[in-house]
Design a protein around this ligand. Structure first.
Ligand SMILES: [Zn+2]
Length: 335
């Protein structure tokens, strides 16, 4: 059984588990040299388990871990460490992290309002993984915070002390760093700005999986677009990219709301650079980046002048590297 801390191991492979509202991915990687990113060797993924018992998610993560280990002819116990980058929020149950995410847990929005076919309000993560992994080092952090760590180590935020990582995907998540310190907060849930408000909230506003009406995630999250706009996000963005006037107007509307969130972050924390990732953003970044820059910089120039909005340097692999970043040295988002 591996007892050596991953940060000091040069031989054992690392595993990264990326848990999102849409999919769960597990990769195996060889640790990088000094300052270098790990080398990803193999990767498997599945749609996120949302039926069965509340332990379905942890069982799925372990099954995928076993699958990718088997492909590399390894056993779990030979791993030097396992990093888990998971969508939040997190809640503690008996001192162990459980996941209370509205895109996984159908019971969070209240009766019949939730988008999922289950009544879970939280699902176990840390306890079953720790039990299955024995003495292998295990580090779990919020996915946007872990992605921020990865972007600060190997991506677009290296050398920037005041920065954020924003993911625009099924949901909207944020990791924050001020004065060189990654923010955690009371329950490690700092950065859940997808559940903040950016406009008028009326009774007709859509309900987020968290129970809020009209928060950012319910208005622009990829998981909300079909119900709200009558068109799936990828189709809408592709039409806008082709120049379809109605689609472009709708996408501008989304960027107005997302731009308010970005402005609020900059105005609150005096940020220098924001790295953007997530499937919605990355698949259409040429269009969205220009619109978001326009939105951000039209607000209070004293605060926004010179603030850089950039695509995630690690691109679509930011989720894999996020989990692996938790195993590389002193990741301050680890808990
Ligand atoms: Zn919400």
């Amino acid at each position: 059984m591996a007892q050596t801390p991953a940060s000091s191991s040069s031989n054992g492979l690392l595993a990264g588990i990326d848990i999102g509202g849409t999919k769960v991915a597990v990769c195996l990687a060889r640790p990088g040299g000094a300052g270098a990113a790990p080398q990803i060797l193999d990767r498997v993924h599945q749609p996120t388990a949302k039926t069965g018992g509340p332990d379905a998610l942890a069982r799925q993560a372990l099954a995928l871990l076993d699958e990718v280990c088997a492909r590399q002819q390894l056993g779990r116990a030979q791993l030097a460490g396992v990093g888990v980058s998971s969508c939040g929020p997190f809640v503690k149950q008996g001192g162990h992290i459980e996941v209370a995410n509205p895109n996984i847990c159908g019971g969070l929005a209240g009766a019949a309002d939730g988008p999922q076919d289950n009544d879970w309000v939280q699902v176990p993560l840390q306890a079953p993984l720790a039990q299955a992994l024995g003495g292998t080092p295990l580090h779990i952090a919020n996915d946007a915070v872990a992605a921020l760590e990865a972007e600060r180590r190997w991506g677009a935020l290296t050398g920037v002390d005041d920065c954020a990582y924003v993911t625009w995907s099924t949901g909207v998540g944020v990791g924050l760093c001020v004065d060189g310190r990654v923010l955690a907060g009371r329950n490690g849930n700092a950065g859940h700005a997808g559940h903040t408000f950016v406009g008028d909230v009326s009774g007709s506003a859509p309900v987020c999986g968290c129970g809020n009406r009209g928060d950012v995630e319910s208005l622009v999250g990829g998981g909300s677009l079909a119900a709200r706009l009558g068109v799936e996000g990828p189709a809408l963005l592709a039409a806008a990219q082709r120049g379809d006037a109605q689609a472009l107007a709708q996408v501008r509307g989304l960027c107005t709301l997302m731009g308010r969130l970005l402005y609020n972050l900059v105005a609150t924390l005096d940020l220098a650079r924001i790295s953007l990732g997530g499937a919605v953003f990355l698949h259409h970044q040429a269009l969205l980046l220009a619109l978001l820059r326009e939105q951000l910089h039209q607000h209070f120039p004293v605060l926004t002048r010179g603030v850089q909005l950039v695509p995630a340097g690690l691109g679509a692999q930011v989720g894999d590297y996020a989990a692996l970043a938790l195993l590389s040295g002193q990741a301050s988002g680890t808990r």
